[in-house]
Design a protein around this ligand. Structure first.
Ligand code: SAM
Length: 177
């Protein structure tokens, strides 16, 4: 299963940190790529540094129009999951979603255009209370992959954490393979 994420909109400056965290959660929780509109371009350097140090090839692409990417991915056979507190409860939707092949997950920053509700194959609520795109995304990614994303290797890492009950154990490689 390939999982990609789109973030629609951003409240300028104020949202820089949240946007970075949406990208980091996407990467850390098993998505392969994120598409973003209206963001601080520095985020590309941040993600590149993280990939360099901690491995993997997570991709970030800036897009002009969210609708074009949603339509393109639908044409490629991806199912579109829009995270919204108004959507179907995740507890009821998760099983069907796990059976899909490739997924494009859409998260908003503020009020999202009405059209996305119709374009989405699933509108999914992580509960029906307002919280955050970071938490909603993390929980959806975890429910879909049922924790298996945390067993995945990030290839070519310069640093690799060896999980330990006490302290920090980090394996350091000088060069990428
Ligand atoms: N009132 C806004 C709205 O109309 O959706 C809330 C925006 S919230 C700050 C930003 C994004 O977080 C939303 O677009 C949605 O993707 C996600 N989100 C927030 N609460 C959620 C929930 N309970 N379930 C799923 N997604 C949620």
């Amino acid at each position: 299963m390939v999982i990609e994420v789109v973030r629609i909109g951003q409240r300028l400056v104020r949202d820089d940190r949240v946007t970075t965290h949406v990208a980091l959660v996407s990467r850390g929780f098993g998505a392969e790529k994120i598409y973003m509109t209206e963001v601080n371009p520095e985020i590309k350097d941040t993600i590149e540094k993280i990939n360099n140090t901690w491995g993997g090839d997570f991709k970030i692409e800036f897009i002009e129009k969210w609708k074009s990417i949603v339509k393109k991915k639908k044409d490629e056979g991806f199912k579109v999951i829009h995270l919204s507190m108004y959507g179907e409860n995740i507890n009821n939707a998760q099983k069907k979603i796990r059976d899909e092949k490739n997924l494009l997950i859409v998260v908003g920053a503020e009020k999202v255009p009405r059209e996305i509700y119709e374009l989405a194959d699933y509108n999914v609520g992580v509960g029906s209370q307002p919280h955050s795109e970071i938490s909603a995304l993390a929980i959806l990614l975890d429910r879909i992959q049922e924790g298996k994303q945390f067993e995945k290797e990030f290839p070519n890492a310069k640093r690799k954490i060896i999980p330990t009950k006490n302290g920090k154990n980090v394996q350091i490689k000088e060069t990428r393979d």
